[in-house]
Design a protein around this ligand. Structure first.
Ligand SMILES: [Zn+2]
Length: 237
């Protein structure tokens, strides 16, 4: 097993990504910066602590978008902390959460947050449920969501079901970062990662037998190598 040393950082000109953490079943936390615009991707537990340490309150309040790949707790556990921190610290600019169609975790967190704080919320909170994975722009960054394959076990430990799950490709001034989130090997990821300036690819599978949940190290490296540069994340420790 490869033990990753977080944070992982990559930047080209004014486009950068900082992966604070990506540990299966514990937490993910990613900051994306394009010029002065800041975005968070998959805010798992600990994201507020990491952002506070790295960029401080003023910049946290300027974050305009949160991109969620899927609703598993290690990818959304820090959403409540971010939303409430921004309220307490008096954020004034809007915040949009982008998430895959059917991701009830984000909708439930949002609804609970609004029911508690709507009367005292200093910023506008918007949801963008991505039904059709079409490209859109936010703050000069072209965002291309794409479907990925990520299943989970039900209580019997045998039956599986597909989780609402997306990867995202971010393009800024012709530089491309592709992040697959949690995914098994799938054609959309292969296509989007190819020739990206950076591919962030999960290698979350414990052994070398391919399945429908995560990628093996061999699969992840194959996709990573089709990009100009790559990080393997979500590697079991
Ligand atoms: Zn997952």
């Amino acid at each position: 097993m490869i033990r990753q040393k977080y944070p992982l950082t990559w930047h080209k000109e004014n486009f950068s990504i900082r992966i604070f953490c990506s540990i299966p079943n514990v937490a993910t936390g990613i900051l994306l910066a394009a010029d002065k615009n800041l975005f968070v991707v998959d805010p798992g537990d600990g994201i507020l602590r990491d952002l506070n340490k790295e960029i401080g309150t003023g910049k946290i309040l300027s974050i305009s978008d949160i991109f969620v790949t899927h609703g598993h707790h290690d990818h959304v556990g820090g959403v409540w902390a971010l939303l409430t921190y921004m309220r307490v610290m008096n954020k004034r600019t809007p915040l949009t959460i982008h998430y895959p169609h059917g991701c009830v975790e984000i909708e439930s967190i949002h609804n609970a947050f609004i029911s508690v704080y709507s009367a005292t919320l200093p910023y506008e909170l918007k949801l963008n449920e991505i039904i059709e994975p079409k490209s859109f722009k936010s703050k000069g960054v072209l965002v291309r969501p794409f479907p990925v394959m990520h299943k989970e076990y039900l209580h019997d430990g045998k039956t599986t079901r597909q989780v609402p799950a997306l990867g995202y490709k971010f393009t800024f001034k012709r530089k491309k970062i592709c992040y697959g989130g949690d995914t098994a090997y799938c054609d959309d990821l292969v296509k989007q990662a190819k020739n990206s300036d950076l591919a962030v690819i999960e290698a979350g599978h414990e052994d070398d037998t391919p399945d429908d949940m995560h990628m093996t190290m061999t699969e992840a490296k194959r996709i990573g190598k089709s990009a100009k540069d790559y990080f393997l994340v979500h590697v079991p420790e």
